[in-house]
Design a protein. Structure first.
Length: 360
């Protein structure tokens, strides 16, 4: 069998190579993480960009089988922030020199929602000017809505494909016209056409998911030539249909190890994109995000959602940092990444190099 070192020497990693690395013994993966660290240092550097995360609302019109805020979960207490509250949080991010924010919410496409987001974006631009770049993570919308929000000041958009394999996607979503793999793909195309830096991603360790699926996810990211990636371990939520499959899952620690391996492989494959160290990693290991930074990630999203709402934005169990103040979390994170040469890039937008290169 080919060694991991030999595989990493190749100019282009193929499906079989990726499967081999994903299935390798943990003890054999040292060369992967070393290689990812080298590529990261050479292509994007060791600075970590901050995105202040604002969980704007947990109202959602969709019913994904894995998600705690799915519309079918009557146990979830629903909230929606106001544009004014959201702009106030953006002010905090600006004052703390975060450089950018992410506005995330459950998916809705009603006219009131669309116009409130537009108003929020205009308010943030009036407040911050060039001081903040704004990422949206608000699901599938019409090309017209994507254009409106872009014109109102959004720069980037995250829309995870969740699973690039359409058969796996179908097992994770209700079989109806609102939950279609093809629609999600079309939305990613519309985002690029509207001018956004486009991010996508998947969950790792899902029921039914194989190493070949994960290898195909990585190839999907490369083929789509994405600018940013956010992926995290799947974490079961008891009030969801997929919870029935919980016993068949990998143990959480192994889901995290697999996620770190995906991050490292992606950094080797796509040296100049932005890769997020996601909150779900930290739900498994208090130092999960720091480990992701070491594995090749270069973006972190401290949660700035007001505490009174944060407890209700529960996509999965054991969400971390429900009560800590974001400043303390960032300080601790900063101290930990310093130990291995990382620093935080305060006051910078941290746009995707891949995007800047493609559009220059
Ligand atoms: N475990 C992990 N991630 C989840 N997401 C939703 N539900 C879960 C879960 N149970 C992720 C999805 C979505 C993002 C906002 O959160 O990938 O795109
Ligand atoms: Fe809604 Fe997103 Fe959860 Fe699906 S994953 S139910 S679209 S919030």
């Amino acid at each position: 069998m080919e060694s991991i070192e030999a595989i990493l020497e190749k100019d282009v990693l193929e499906r079989e190579d990726l499967i081999r690395v994903l299935e390798a013994d943990g003890a054999d993966c040292g060369p992967l993480f070393r290689r990812a660290a080298e590529v990261k240092a050479a292509r994007v550097g060791n600075r970590v960009y901050l995105r202040g995360l604002i969980e704007y609302s947990n109202l959602c019109s969709k019913n994904c089988l894995y998600c705690g805020i799915r519309s079918g979960n009557a146990a979830a207490a629903r909230y929606e922030m106001t544009p004014e509250e959201t702009i106030e949080v953006a002010r905090h991010a600006l004052e703390r020199r975060y450089g950018s924010i992410v506005i995330q919410a459950g998916e809705r496409d009603d006219a009131l929602f669309v116009s409130k987001i537009e108003r929020t974006l205009r308010g943030i631009r009036a407040l911050a000017g060039d001081g903040l770049h704004v990422t949206l993570s608000l699901g599938e919308q019409t090309p017209d809505t994507y254009r409106r929000w872009f014109e109102a000041g959004a720069h980037r958009y995250l829309l995870r494909i969740e699973a690039s394999n359409p058969d796996l996607f179908r097992k994770l979503h209700p079989d109806d016209a609102r939950h279609r793999h093809a629609l999600r793909l079309a939305a990613l195309g519309a985002l690029r056409a509207a001018g956004y830096q486009v991010g996508t991603g998947v969950m790792i360790g899902l029921p039914f998911q194989t190493a070949a699926d994960l290898a195909d996810d990585l190839l999907f990211f490369r083929d789509l030539d994405v600018d940013m990636i956010g992926m995290g371990p799947y974490l079961e939520h008891p009030d969801t249909p997929l919870y029935a499959r919980a016993r068949a899952l990998l143990p959480p620690r192994e889901r995290l190890e697999l996620t770190l391996r995906m991050v490292a492989l992606l950094r080797v494959m796509m040296g100049d994109i932005n890769i997020a160290a996601t909150t779900a990693m930290q739900a498994i290991d208090p130092e999960g995000r720091e480990r992701a930074i070491r594995a090749g990630a270069n973006v972190v999203m401290p949660n700035l959602t007001p505490a009174r709402y944060r407890h209700d934005y529960l996509l999965y169990e054991n969400k971390p940092c429900l009560d800590e103040a974001p400043e303390e979390i960032v300080e601790l994170f900063e101290a930990r990444i310093r130990e291995f040469g990382g620093t935080i890039a305060y006051g910078e937008w941290g746009d995707s190099r891949r995007f800047l290169e493609r559009t220059s």
